[in-house]
Design a protein around this ligand. Structure first.
Ligand code: IVH
Length: 664
């Protein structure tokens, strides 16, 4: 046999046996036999280096170390999941689905164990594994292809006629056995062990040297793909089976449930099993099975409407409150934070817990020196459940909110009926600094090299006092600062210059206006052509926008009517900052340029689904009949709005006529 023939044969055999061993967990040959074939292949490839291919099983040992991770944009964003914690939350999840969709649809679900590891995306082109990445912020992750190649459960090549492009999503995790061995070793050599399997998985994958990753016992399960309907399957259950036939590992505890009661039963059964599994799970993911229904439901900002993560009950521990810090937030809100004697809660060391606000302090009657019960549910921030009053000695003193701001000493205010105590001094150093740090942070304009620490330094040195200062940094002064130098100064200035034309929504979110987070900012961006028009919009105009509520509208009007804000915006403009507006490309969509209002009770679709259909088809939603409204869709028992529409001569549509309008 020619060497190339034997090499191909050995690769096929090794692939097949690796699949049986790592994916199906059912080996049919001994480790010794596998090793012998592997060594033979290694020797042949060494003798014929030209015949080494990327998908050879010998290529899993880890390539050369990288300098840094490069960024990968996900073609389709990787979303996260909302949480449920009990039966009631699951029932509410189903009720919401029914409220969104039309009545009377029976839903079936898939229940999957929620693995506690790291979400990754694996791109297969013509069956070959070509790119692997972390989830990152959902839009952009890090290229960890070289590291993922070393994970034996991840096929380097798919079997059975795979599609031309397949973007698989799943979880890389470390089994409990492997983790224990690794941690035992760490303890022996005096290294800090991993606190939990998730840290272990993340720490092992984020290694620039893939050989280190190769030495870690990582495992993988696939749970989805970027565009499920493209797989030619009709639902999640079918699709997971299909992924299995391609050679991808699928968890064997996945269940199909025909009602929410069955989902709840599956959750209870998984809760009982969880401690007998060789890997850690932190809950169960529930997904609507049918893809066409998933599509109708669509996504919210960060998570799909059609899935939810039901988390296992929290882990608890007791510790004592040493002292309390009062933090001043970006908006002047004062938050008491308990500093605790460090304690391990379900694998994570906890030394601080928020006490939220005065009402919460009073409700829980917490005192300095108290023994407290704390809990952590999933990734949720640890919280204090209650004081263990039996342990009190009588010396514990009540924790009360200070009368003055701990930073600027301005008297604090707590309006009647509100929970939050606030410092209203607009010149409060803590607020100004936090605002600036927010502006440059990832949630803001994401200016590289201007992290919190540096913003603090530049604020203290009075180089940055307000937002416009960021855009006029004095290069030479920066270069001469402690810990800087010409290189860092140039880098930061270049990073700032890159942000001179931020998307309008991004700039709005960065400004830190109360109630205007990333999502609301994007809504505003899609309605306003420039900052000036937004700044002069009236309360009523803002309220007409779907997704802008009373609080947000009031906050925007208040913000832009402030003389200091106006002056700041002028200075921003002078510094050359010019926000861009990405016009949503509605061209060619059936409802481009149309403003549609729903009134009365709809019969075949729900209000929410109707609104989503309008947006998806390039139209806008109106909530009152105005000049701009083009169509009014009427359900049963339509009243005054229909009358007004008729008076103004608007096009009135039945539900069916509306659906015809957007039919593809
Ligand atoms: S589905 C759009 N399925 O949980 C659906 N996620 O909070 C997004 N996870 O980032 C994820 N097991 O890391 C899904 N069977 C499973 C999962 C799972 C674990 C993780 C995943 C994701 C996080 C969502």
């Amino acid at each position: 046999m020619r060497p190339e023939e034997r090499i191909t044969e050995l690769r096929e055999l090794l692939h097949e046996h690796a699949h049986k061993y790592y994916v199906l967990d059912a080996p049919v040959i001994s480790d010794g036999e596998y090793d012998a074939m592997f060594q033979e292949l290694l020797a042949l490839e060494k003798a014929h280096p030209g015949l080494v291919t990327e998908d050879s099983p010998t290529q899993r040992v880890g390539g050369p170390p990288l300098d840094k991770f490069s960024q990968v944009e996900h073609r389709v964003p990787m979303l996260s999941l909302e949480n449920a914690f009990n039966d009631d939350d699951l029932r509410e999840f189903e009720a919401k689905l029914h409220r969104f969709l039309s009545r009377g649809l029976t839903l079936s679900y898939i229940a999957e164990p929620k693995l506690d590891g790291l979400a990754v995306e694996l791109v297969y082109e013509n069956g070959l594994f070509v790119l692997g990445s972390t989830r990152g912020d959902g839009k952009t992750g890090e290229d960890i292809t070289a590291q993922l190649r070393t994970v034996k459960a991840i096929p380097l090549r798919l079997k059975n006629n795979p599609p031309a492009l397949l973007e698989v999503r799943g979880e890389v995790f470390m089994g409990l056995n492997g983790l224990k061995k690794l941690n035992d070793k760490y303890l022996r050599v005096g290294k800090q062990p991993f606190a939990n399997p998730r840290n272990a998985a993340a720490g092992s994958l984020r290694q620039l040297d893939p050989k280190v990753t190769a030495s870690r016992p990582l495992d993988f399960f696939a749970y989805g793909v970027s565009t499920p309907a493209d797989t030619g399957q009709t639902g999640q259950f079918e699709m997971l089976n299909y992924l299995g036939t391609l050679g991808l590992p699928i968890n064997n505890l996945i269940r199909k449930c025909d009602s929410i009661d069955e989902v709840i039963a599956a959750f209870n059964s998984l809760t009982d099993k969880r401690h007998d599994l060789p890997y850690e799970i932190d809950g169960m993911v529930v997904k609507v099975d049918t893809f066409s229904v998933q599509e109708r439901l669509g996504n919210k900002a960060r998570a799909p409407r059609w899935a939810i993560a039901c988390k296992f009950a929290a882990t608890q521990a007791t510790t004592t409150i040493q002292r309390v810090e009062f933090q001043v937030g970006r908006t002047g809100a004062i938050t008491p934070v308990a500093i605790l004697d460090p304690v391990n809660v379900g694998g994570v060391t906890v030394s601080r817990a928020t006490l939220h606000n005065q009402d919460e302090l009073e409700r829980k009657d917490l005192r300095y020196g108290d023994t407290v019960l704390i809990q952590r549910a999933g990734d949720v921030i640890p919280e204090i459940v209650k004081a263990v009053t039996e342990n009190r000695t009588g010396k514990e003193e009540a924790i009360t909110m200070p009368a003055n701001c701990p930073v600027c000493e301005h008297p604090l205010e707590k309006p009647e009926g509100e929970a939050v105590t606030r410092c209203h001094n607009p010149h409060c150093d803590a607020q100004r600094l936090r605002n600036l740090a927010h502006f440059t942070s990832k949630a803001g304009l994401d200016i590289e090299g201007l992290g919190k620490k540096y913003v603090e330094q530049l604020y203290e040195l009075k180089i940055i006092q307000d937002i416009p200062d960021i855009f006029t940094l004095p290069r030479n002064k920066l270069a001469s600062l402690d810990g800087w130098g010409p290189k860092s100064a140039d880098k930061v200035i270049a990073a700032v210059n890159e942000r001179m034309t931020p998307p309008l929504g991004r700039l709005l979110a960065a400004l830190g206006i109360r109630f205007i987070g990333e999502v609301t900012a994007t809504v505003l961006e899609s309605h306003f052509t420039d900052l000036d028009t937004l700044a002069s919009a009236s309360h009523e105009e803002l309220l007409e926008i779907e997704g802008i509520g009373e609080q947000a509208a009031a906050s925007i009007v208040e913000y832009f009517s402030d003389a200091q804000v106006r002056e700041m915006l002028v200075r921003l403009q002078e510094a050359g900052v010019k926000p861009m507006v990405a016009q949503p490309n509605a061209d060619g969509l059936p409802l481009a340029g149309q403003v549609i209002l729903f009134t009365g009770s709809l019969q075949t679709i729900s209000r929410s689904e109707g609104k989503k259909l309008v947006k998806d088809n390039g139209g806008q939603i109106a909530t009152t009949v105005t000049k701009k409204t083009t169509h009014v869709v009427v359900g049963e028992k339509a009243g005054s709005k229909l009358k007004k529409a008729q008076e103004l001569g608007k096009t009135v549509l039945t539900e069916n006529e509306f659906l015809q309008l957007i039919k593809k």
